[in-house]
Design a protein around this ligand. Structure first.
Ligand code: CO
Length: 428
C-alpha cells in the first residue's frame, strides 16, 4: 500500500496532477466524466466524476435503488510550495534565479539545499482560444542554496527566512538567460511562442521511502489521506447510501477559492445529483440530513524531541491508528455524535483510533470540514493520520497507518446513516 502511495505522490507534484491521477484511476474503474458546464444524465448503478479548475474533483456512485443520504470524504491535494511568478527569470551576468512567492506556510529551512523540479500547467494558444496542458520537468532543475555558516554565524540560532531574498531558487548560470521558458515548453511538448500564461511551482521530486516502521515522502499532508480515501471509495461494497469522494485544492491558503472547500462545488454537485434523480428540494434536504462527512487531513504525532508540544491527555502516535481531531472553537468539526459514529466505523473495521486536541495554549491549524459545512451542512468528523514535520518538504508518518485508514474508510463507504430524530442515529 505504501509503495502505491509513493507512486501516487511522485505523480502528483501539483493539485492539477493529483486530480489528473485520481481521474485516471476513476476512468480505469469505469467512471464517466461529467462537465459542470453541461447537462447531466445520471443512471442508476453508475459512477461519475466532475472536476473544477482541473484542481479539485468530486466522484460519486448512483445506487441501484433509493438511498438514505450521502456518505462523503473530503481531503486536499495542495501543499505548501513556491509559486513561480509569471515573469519567471531574475537574471544577471552570473546567475538566473526564479522569481517566486510562498504558497501556504511551509517550513522554509527544509526547502534549502535539495534538488527541486518544476510542475504545473500552461495555457496554449489555439485557433479560437486557449487550451490547458499539464507540465512536469520531473528532473531537478533548481536549488535554493543556504548561506555558508562562515558568512552567517547565526545560521543555527533563530534563523528567519525572507521569501523575497533567502528563498529564491537558483535555476542556471547567467549565460542560460531565457532558457526557463524553453524548459517549460519542452516539458509541455509545445512551442515557446504558443505559451500564453503559466501556473507553475517548484516542488520536491524526492521519492518516498519506508524505513524502520515509518514512511517519509513529500506532500504526505494531505496526499496520504487523498490517496487512501480514493482506494476506499473505489473498493467499498454497495450500500443504501450514495458514496461521494471529494478532493479540494487551496486548503493551504484558506479554501476560499472557486474550487476550494469554501466554494459552491460540493453543494452544487449534491444538488445536481438529487435533481438528476428527480428528487424534490425537500427530499434533497432530507438526504443531506441523513448524510455524513469525513474531513480527512493529517494530524500532529508526538515529536520525539518535543513531547511538550502535545496536550498530555490527547497525544497521538504514528502506527497507533486514525486520529479523531477535536477543537472547542470548531476549527475541527468532531463532536460527541460525529466522533461516536466514526468510532463505530473503526470498531467494525478492526482499526485502532486515537483522540487529538491541541494544548489549550496553542491555537493549532484549521482544515476542510468546518469550511465545507458553511456551504452544505451535515454531520462531520475531522480525522487524519498522525505525522511528523507537517509542512516540511519531506514529511514522516507511520508505515501501518495508511492501511488502517483505507480499511476504516472502506467500511465507512459501505454504510448508510439514518437520523430517526435529532438524537437517534442508525448506522447500517
Ligand atoms: Co493538510
Amino acid at each position: 500500500m505504501n509503495k502505491k502511495l509513493f507512486d501516487f505522490i511522485a505523480k502528483s507534484p501539483t493539485p492539477f496532477h493529483a486530480v489528473a491521477n485520481v481521474c485516471e484511476t476513476l476512468e480505469n474503474q469505469g467512471y464517466t466524466k461529467l462537465c459542470e458546464s453541461n447537462k447531466w444524465a445520471l443512471e442508476a448503478g453508475k459512477g461519475y466524476y466532475v472536476t473544477r479548475n482541473g484542481s479539485s474533483v468530486i466522484a460519486f456512485r448512483i445506487p441501484e435503488d433509493d438511498f438514505s443520504g450521502f456518505m462523503l470524504t473530503a481531503s486536499h491535494c495542495d501543499s505548501p510550495c513556491f509559486k513561480i511568478k509569471e515573469n519567471a527569470e531574475l537574471a544577471d551576468k552570473y546567475y538566473v534565479r526564479l522569481s517566486t512567492e510562498k504558497y501556504g506556510g511551509m517550513l522554509c529551512s527544509t526547502w534549502l539545499d535539495r534538488p527541486l523540479a518544476v510542475a504545473g500547467r500552461v495555457t496554449l494558444r489555439t485557433e479560437n482560444g486557449i487550451s490547458v496542458r499539464l507540465v512536469d520537468t520531473k528532473e531537478p532543475c533548481a536549488i535554493i542554496p543556504n548561506v555558508a555558516i562562515h558568512m552567517n554565524r547565526n545560521a543555527n540560532d533563530n534563523m528567519s527566512y525572507n521569501p523575497a531574498v533567502d528563498m529564491l531558487p537558483l535555476f542556471a548560470a547567467g549565460e542560460a538567460k531565457g532558457s526557463f521558458k524553453t524548459l517549460v515548453a519542452k516539458a509541455a511538448g509545445c512551442e515557446e511562442k504558443d505559451i500564453l500564461t503559466t501556473d507553475l511551482i517548484v516542488y520536491n521530486p524526492q521519492y518516498g521511502t519506508e524505513w524502520n516502521g515509518y514512511i517519509s515522502a513529500p506532500r504526505l499532508d494531505d496526499l496520504q489521506c487523498a490517496f487512501g480515501a480514493l482506494e476506499a471509495f473505489v473498493s467499498a461494497e454497495k450500500s443504501a447510501s450514495l458514496p461521494v469522494y471529494c478532493l479540494f485544492d487551496n486548503e493551504e491558503v484558506g479554501s476560499q477559492t472557486k474550487q476550494g472547500a469554501a466554494s459552491t462545488f460540493i453543494a452544487a454537485v449534491l444538488e445536481r445529483i438529487s435533481e438528476g434523480l428527480g428528487l424534490s428540494s425537500a427530499e434533497h434536504y432530507a438526504k443531506v440530513a441523513n448524510s455524513f462527512m469525513l474531513s480527512c487531513d493529517n494530524a500532529h504525532a508526538v515529536h520525539p524531541n518535543h513531547p511538550e508540544y502535545q496536550d498530555r491527555n490527547h497525544a497521538v502516535y504514528m502506527n497507533e491508528g486514525i486520529v479523531i481531531k477535536y477543537n472547542a472553537n470548531q476549527r475541527y468539526t468532531s463532536d460527541a455524535v460525529s466522533a461516536a459514529i466514526f468510532a463505530l466505523v473503526c470498531e467494525e473495521a478492526g482499526v485502532p483510533f486515537q483522540r487529538y486536541a491541541n494544548r489549550a495554549d496553542m491555537p493549532g491549524g484549521s482544515t476542510l470540514g468546518n469550511i465545507a459545512n458553511t456551504q452544505v451542512s451535515l454531520n462531520t468528523v475531522d480525522i487524519g493520520l498522525p505525522q511528523l514535520a507537517m509542512h516540511s518538504s519531506y514529511e514522516t508518518a507511520g508505515a501501518k497507518d495508511t492501511e488502517y485508514y483505507v480499511k476504516a474508510l472502506t467500511v465507512f463507504y459501505g454504510k448508510s446513516l439514518v437520523m430517526e430524530n435529532d438524537g437517534e442515529y442508525k448506522l447500517r
